[in-house]
Every structure is written in C-alpha cells, then in structure tokens.
Design a protein around this ligand. Structure first.
Ligand code: SF4
Length: 453
C-alpha cells in the first residue's frame, strides 16, 4: 500500500497565476517577480543536523539565517514598505528562521492583515511538516496556497541520522521513533494539502553518504502523490555555521554528486533547479536579493530576539580589553589536539598584540576516541566548568555537543586553526572576539545574546 493516502488531487492549471507569478514555482517568474520572506517564526519543534538558526547575521546566505526576528505588526509594516519599493512583489513567504507551524499564532496573525490589504499577493509557507496535519484548515483559512515541506528520508533509520530530536506531545523524542513520527506527519499533511488544492513543493537536502539513495525514492513517492515540484538542495556545510555536519567536517555534495542524484529522479514532479537556498528574511528577485538594503528599517522585536550588528572597535575610544583563551595543544607550538582528547588546555590572556601564557589547566578526558562524544554529560560538564572563565576555546576538532554547550555558556568554540601556529590562532581569535563584543548595542548588553527560538 502506498504510504500516501488517496489524495483525490486536483489537476493544476498551466495558466495559473499561482504558478506564473511565483518565483519558486516558475523559473520564468523568478526573473520578473519578487518575493519577501517575513522572519516571524523564531522557534522550532525539532533539530535537523544541517541547521543552525542564526538571528544576527547579515552576511551568510543560507536557510535559517536572519538579521532579526519580527513580530506580526513589524512584519506587516515591513511588507508595506517593500510594496513601495518593489512594485513587482508578488509573494510573501514564511520560512523561518524556525518552523512557521511551530509559531502558528505569529504567522497567521501576520497573514490576516496582508490578505485583506493585498489580495493579489500569494502567501506561502515552508515547514518541516511535524505540525502539518492539524494546521491544514488554518493554512487554507488564511489564504496560504503554496506550501513547501522538507522531506529528507522515507526510511526512519536514515531520518534518525538527519534529525537529532523532535518535540512531540510535550516530550523530546530521538532516533528512529522521532523519524517515524515525523514521516507520518509529513505524509499525512502532504495528502491533506493536495486533496484541498494547495500547491505543494518538496524540498530535500542532499547529504552525501546519508540520504543519496532516499532521494529518488522520495521523488517517486511525492510525484505519485501529486506534488508540483521537487527541489533537491545540496547540504550547506561549513564549521563556522555551527551545524552538526559542519562541525563534524561532513561536506556537502559537489556538482557531479548533485547532478547524479537529480538524474535518478524520473517522477512526474518537476525538478526545481533554480533554487538559491534563500535566507529566512530574503527580499527581491531570486537572482538579486535586496535584504541588506530593504531590511534596514529599525523594526526590532525586543521581546523576542535582539538584533545585533557587530560594530568595529574604535581603537582610540575603546582600547582592546583582554581576552582569555584556552588552547588544546599538546606541543604548545601548534593547535594539534581534539577538544575531547585534551588532557589539559593552555590558558592565555591576549591584550591587543600582547600574549601572556597564564599556565595549564588539567581536565578529565572527555572523549576516548569516538567522534560523537554525545553521552558523556558528566565529564563534559566538569571540563566546561574548568573553562568557564575563558571567552574562547581553540582546538583542532570538536564534537557537536561540546560545541553547542560552549556556545550556550557564551564561550566561542574555534576549530578553524587546526595545525596552525598557536600564536597565530590566539591573535586571530582574540581580534575576532573583540570585534564581535567590543561595543555591544545597549539592548544586547542588557539582554545578552541568547538568540534561540
Ligand atoms: S525544521 Fe527548519 S528551522 Fe527547524 S531545525 Fe530543521 S531546518 Fe532548522
């Protein structure tokens, strides 16, 4: 039996404005019509291992990244402003930085005034699908006619390798159980949407060695279900993004790998190949994003997420303050030790160009050789307590769990200087941290930088 229930799907009209004016549903439209993502959804109900939601980054261009989160009033105001500047604006999308359906009230409160003021605009939403079945009525009631579901695996064993956890029925679920629940929700939601005439697009993140074989299967299944298009996106993976795959050094696919998987997809669903993997606050044409220019108006939502733009330090007005850094280095010359393998950390104080070696701090060995290091909470806590006064920890490699724990304590993990000289790594990291924190805006100084949904 097919995993997707009978949909009774309606055929899609080729001359439909819903397609011809939506840059993600028609490549032709992508050159003519603009879209705007309104970042009103900070929270997420699961953790994908390729995702790290960043709320303060104006440089990175990838899903989940925004310069700031808006409340519904601010979002509507921003849409009005964009209307003046972008006469070809046709699509308002909700794509994060968390999951729109984990933030339903905020999303739907934004839709209402937009729907009545701009009936010619298309409203659009992207979701992981976990809360989709129970949201279908509200999606339709609010005039949302385009929904994208991210579907990365049909086999729960594979799903368990992609998702760290989901939050379901007030509990955190992990592993195969979590992947199984997620899949059931995604497929039930998919069927319900198609049955009611919504245009559904599927996104799949290609993670080489993890779900390459799943994607042609997904393509077949969603084509049979009647989705409009299937967007196979390459994993974006770099250590500085702070995602599990980035930190663990698992790379995204190269062009040949991407093309190979696409060529194995022979289903009826159109393959989308013009996706730009946009930020959750993207604005403008797909090929000419104007978020940096158009999102500049001061519409901070102080109750949710502070917007922080790092400010360059003025060396005269603000002499460099000392930065205390821990380095995992056996030799003392080079950054040569994995965080979890370190028996001690070398502690330094860096003040401008001056570097003082303060001594060594001995720690219990957190990891005995495996790469995951996920279940050794007690030892990790002891290590972190010993490093609590440091602003950064420099090491050759680090697991995802300690990376996150360090960040949560406000300590910057740095693994981009592996095998480089210790002194060079210290100077570079100290400069980075001074630039980042030298002149925090009063709001950030008061609220701190705990920017998670
Ligand atoms: S569902 Fe989206 S926002 Fe949530 S963790 Fe996954 S990619 Fe990030």
């Amino acid at each position: 039996m097919s995993m997707v229930q009978e949909s009774g799907c309606r055929p899609i009209q080729p001359n439909n404005a819903r397609i011809e004016e939506h840059p993600c549903y028609s490549e032709g439209a992508s050159h003519r019509y603009a879209r705007m993502h309104l970042p009103v959804a900070p929270a997420c109900n699961m953790q994908c291992r390729y995702c790290n939601r960043k709320f303060d980054c104006s440089n990175e261009s990838r899903p989940g990244v925004v310069s700031g989160v808006l409340n519904p009033d601010q979002a509507v105001k921003r849409a009005w402003e964009a209307r003046q500047r972008l006469p070809h604006l046709r699509v308002i999308g909700f794509a994060g930085p968390g999951d729109p359906l984990a933030n339903r009230e905020r999303v739907f409160a934004t839709c209402k005034p937009l729907r009545s003021s701009f009936p010619d605009w298309h409203l659009c939403l992207s979701t992981n699908g976990l809360c989709l079945p129970e949201s279908v009525n509200a999606i339709l009631d609010h005039g949302i006619q385009h929904v994208t579901i991210t579907l990365n695996a049909l086999d729960p064993e594979v799903g368990a390798a992609i998702y760290s956890w989901i939050f379901w029925n007030k509990k955190r679920r992990r592993g195969v159980e979590a992947a199984h629940i997620l899949l059931e929700q995604q497929l039930a939601g998919l069927s319900a949407l198609i049955a009611r005439g919504v245009l559904v697009k599927i996104n799949s993140v290609l993670i080489p060695g993890v779900n390459d074989r799943q994607i042609p299967e997904i393509n077949r299944l969603v084509s049979e279900a009647g989705v409009f298009s299937h967007n196979i996106m390459p994993l974006i993976s770099a250590p500085e993004h702070g995602t599990y795959y980035g930190v663990m050094g698992i790379p995204g696919p190269n062009e040949a790998q991407l093309q190979q998987v696409r060529s194995q997809c022979g289903g009826a669903a159109k393959l989308m190949t013009h996706c730009r993997q946009c930020r959750a606050d993207a604005v403008g044409l797909l090929e000419q994003d104007r978020q940096a220019e158009l999102n500049r108006s001061p519409v901070e939502d102080s109750r949710v997420i502070p917007i922080h733009r790092p400010t360059r330090r003025d060396p005269v007005a603000n002499p460099p303050s000392p930065v205390v850094l821990a380095v995992a280095s056996q030799s003392g010359e080079r950054v040569d030790t994995h965080f979890g393998h370190a028996a001690f950390f070398r502690i330094y104080r860096v003040t401008g160009a001056q570097i003082e070696h303060l001594g060594e701090r001995f720690v219990p060995r957190y990891c005995q050789g495996d790469d995951q290091c996920e279940d050794k909470d007690h030892t990790l806590k002891a290590v972190l307590n010993l490093l609590n006064d440091c602003q950064g920890v420099i090491c050759a490699r680090i697991g995802f769990v300690p990376w996150q724990e360090l960040l949560e304590r406000g300590i910057e993990p740095v693994n981009s200087h592996a095998d480089r000289p210790v002194l060079e790594a210290l100077s570079h990291t100290a400069r980075l941290l001074q630039d980042k924190h030298a002149i925090p805006t009063p709001k950030v100084a008061a609220a701190g930088m705990k920017g998670r949904g």
